[in-house]
Design a binder for this molecule. Sequence first.
Ligand SMILES: NC(=O)c1ccc[n+]([C@@H]2O[C@H](COP(=O)([O-])OP(=O)(O)OC[C@H]3O[C@@H](n4cnc5c(N)ncnc54)[C@H](OP(=O)(O)O)[C@@H]3O)[C@@H](O)[C@H]2O)c1
Length: 304
Amino acid sequence: MAANIPSFTLNDGTKIPSIGMGCWMGTPGGGERVYQMCLAALKCGYRHFDTASGYANEEYVGQAIRDSGIPREEIYLTTKLGGDHHRVKEAFEASLKNLGVPYINLYLMHWPQGFLDGKVLGPEEHPTFIETWKEMEKLLETGQVKSIGVSNFSIKTLEQLLPHCSIIPATNQVELHPCLPQNELKAFCEAKGILLTAYSPLGRSTIFMEDKMVQDVAEKNKASPAQVVLSWAVQRGTIVVPKSEDEGRMLANITLVPLSKDDMEIIDGLHQMPNMHKSLLVFDDKPGTVFGWTYDQLGWSYRK
Ligand SMILES: NC(=O)c1ccc[n+]([C@@H]2O[C@H](COP(=O)([O-])OP(=O)(O)OC[C@H]3O[C@@H](n4cnc5c(N)ncnc54)[C@H](OP(=O)(O)O)[C@@H]3O)[C@@H](O)[C@H]2O)c1
């Protein structure tokens, strides 16, 4: 049975379950592990999956969905455009085929950077992310995708993109957790009608499980630290896509606890503690850049 997970409404009127299963396995692929994870997730009530062409496991996510016997329309499926932005339509069709589904709910531009033959394109090189977005907008006409959005965009790159949009991105998927609450980006996106999706919402580490402030809130609410962190994110209006292969943890992650105003404020304040405001992920190919763009080009002002 579907779990009792609240839904949010996107700016195009469609609904999205506020919790989805993240399908990045740490390295591309994951094959059978992804299949088993998604099947178990569907059994325990997940109806939202977040994958990407770059995760190289769309086939396994799609296979689990088909084998579950759950009607396609009861499941929310997100995938993402890979680095080659030259043939958006072909890339989208390849994802549809890999997933083996008639439509995708949400298609995201995974990164603003485009690549050609493995080499990154500069922000001014073609296709720019604005040109890529225009190609994504055309996909909506096919009816094979219901919503489109972006990922890893900042206020800076959104300010460049938005004046050219016929369709405002439904969501912007970014790293977001109590060490990186993305308050400014959240306020900016809310003002534009863009819902934030939190990736790595647990920080891809044990930092929150071991944090005394989070532990205290968890104990008070008879919950685990992970549940507190995910409940905080959903309660402040962001979608979360935690990944877990463990059936106990995946169930815990869709069991939200209502947090009091005081509890919310404690978690809101965590990033203000010494050395706590930070990204918890390492993307950098070399210091100062992420997949070939500088932090300044990405507008990732929280990285110095
Ligand atoms: N758009 C992007 O560029 C981008 C980038 C990064 C991630 N993402 C998306 O975000 C998803 C989640 O991010 P992530 O996998 O990096 O990090 P995460 O979900 O924050 O953390 C996953 C880690 O936490 C563990 N875990 C899960 N539930 C737990 C619980 N209740 N208690 C303790 N540990 C728990 C998992 O281990 P077990 O599996 O053993 O439980 C795994 O090691 C990805 O799968 C992907 O879909 C998107």
